[in-house]
Design a protein around this ligand. Structure first.
Ligand code: SAH
Ligand code: SF4
Ligand code: F3S
Length: 456
């Protein structure tokens, strides 16, 4: 291991200090991407780069993009465009763009045209090649564009540079086979493939030994883990095996798909107190007609039955969800069914989205696209409803003692912060550094989505 002195390493041969090359990564999108940025950081560090928080100091800037909605793409476009000046001032600066957007059909051409100063483009399916692409670019003037069309064998990463202590993300599977009619993910992430259980277990064991206190298993649809027949295990069995690993840690998993979520998983949750009593179960809509058009392959009734089954075994369990409003053909009546379902389930929280047309998906060619004013009106009403439920839930915390896993120190607030098992954020004062520890907090104030309290 090299020891760094504020970014300068002593050069042993002549005693002079030489500057270390630095990287800066900008990440958009879901946890999958957040974790992949940790893998990218691992690759860059393997090449000798060190991290910088300032774009201006970087020798390479990597964009890890998302294309789930139009505004995710627009953010990336805006931020890449903003680098034009810096690149002029620092011609040796390398700009690399990867992630879901470059994997989209025809997108690299658009990017090349819009931003001719991009040096390297890579996709989600050849992330592991980034190191080689950088070396290739350094040896040639021409830009390097390498996108793989089809997924290959799973590449096992051992050197991700993790930045989310005390939590660690662990992929259990990649890709998606579901083709929900609005969604671009299956087109940019390839077909579903599951990691071998022994590799997952070995990774988690290593993380626990290193001191990580929370493990989150990641997949687009964790419940179909192993359904390709290559792992010899279902998701419930994998969850059982991971939760059986010795040590003090919290275990989470996401995302569950209502068409595959089942009692086996809930029984494993019940068996292990380590597994957080929180299920992220995206419902998308409360209307059967819309669910059908979305190709979600479950009904409102099936969804509600699953919630009942979960609460039967684990009455304390909470559910979070994702909802889309303004899907093509969604009527006011359909929308009101979503509102009614939200009230009935009483979600701990919900991510709410306005439908965004994605080129190449089935829904893009559907009739009945909803005018923007109606979409806006629906999302505003839904956000208000969700916020009022979240506020009510927060108030119930007042006077209670909850267990928080301390994640960080918030310098602005002068308080430590962390989450309870339901993902609720809690702030508190502490005389000693408690990051990475489970602390008992008595809640004295609940402010919308955040809790405030005192260590007891
Ligand atoms: N695999 C997960 C999450 C996928 S993306 C799942 O199946 O639930 C996260 C969320 O983005 C989705 O749950 C959905 O609510 C939303 N989303 C996906 N495509 C969208 C689109 N075209 N417009 C608006 N929201 C979308
Ligand atoms: Fe997209 Fe549906 Fe796959 Fe989730 S399950 S990633 S929403 S296609
Ligand atoms: Fe995630 Fe966005 Fe890709 S949500 S899978 S980064 S399109």
């Amino acid at each position: 291991m090299r020891i760094l002195y504020s970014g300068i390493i002593p050069d042993g041969r002549n005693g002079k200090n030489i500057m270390q090359e630095k990287y800066h990564i900008i990440t958009y999108g879901c946890q999958m991407n957040v974790h992949e940025s940790e893998k990218i950081a691992g690759i860059l560090r393997g090449l000798g780069y060190e991290e910088t928080s300032e774009k201006e100091d970087a020798d390479i800037i990597v964009f890890n993009t998302c294309c789930i909605r139009e505004n995710a793409e627009n953010h990336a476009f805006g931020n890449i465009g903003a680098l034009k000046k810096l690149k002029k001032q620092k011609p040796n600066l390398l700009i690399a763009v990867g992630g879901c957007m470059t994997q989209e059909k025809g997108k690299t051409d658009v990017l090349k045209k819009k931003f001719p100063f991009i040096d390297i483009m890579f996709g989600t399916l050849n992330l592991e090649e980034l190191g080689n692409l950088i070396l290739r670019k350094k040896a040639q003037k021409k830009k390097v564009i390498e996108i793989r069309e089809k997924e290959g064998e799973i590449v096992e990463f051992t050197d991700a540079y993790r930045t989310s202590y005390p939590n660690a993300w662990v992929n259990i599977m990649y890709g998606c086979n579901n083709f929900c009619s609005y969604c671009i993910v299956p087109y940019v992430r390839g077909r579903e493939r599951s990691r071998k259980p022994e590799n997952i277990i070995e990774e988690v064991r290593g993380l626990i030994a290193e001191g990580y206190k929370e493990i989150t298993l990641l997949g687009q649809n964790v419940n179909s883990y192993g359904s390709d027949g290559t792992t010899g295990m279902t998701f419930a069995q994998l969850l059982d095996a991971v939760a059986s690993i010795e040590g003090d840690f919290r275990l989470r998993f996401m995302t569950s798909h209502p068409k595959d979520f089942n009692e086996d998983v809930v029984l494993v949750m019940k068996k292990h107190r380590k597994i957080c009593r929180l299920v992220h179960l995206p419902v998308q809509s409360g209307s059967n007609a819309v669910l059908k058009a979305m190709n979600r392959r479950y009904t409102r009734e099936k969804y509600l039955d699953e919630i009942k089954m979960l609460k039967k075994h684990l009455p304390e369990a909470e559910v979070t969800t994702d909802i889309i409003v303004g899907f093509p053909g969604e009527t006011e009546e359909d929308y009101l069914q979503t509102e009614a379902l939200v009230k009935e389930v009483d979600f701990a929280s919900a991510f709410t989205f306005v439908y965004s047309k994605r080129q190449g998906t089935k829904a893009a060619d559907m009739e009945g696209h909803i005018p923007e004013e109606i979409q806006k009106d629906r999302i505003m009403r839904l956000v208000e409803l969700v916020n009022s439920l979240t506020r009510k839930k927060s108030e119930k915390y007042l006077g209670k003692t909850v267990e928080i896993l301390c994640e960080d120190y918030d310098a602005k607030k002068g308080l430590y912060m962390g989450r309870d098992e339901f993902g609720r954020m809690g702030y508190f004062a502490s005389a000693t550094d408690v990051i990475g520890q489970l602390v008992q907090i008595k809640i004295t104030k609940a402010n919308g989505i955040s809790l405030f309290g005192e260590i007891v």
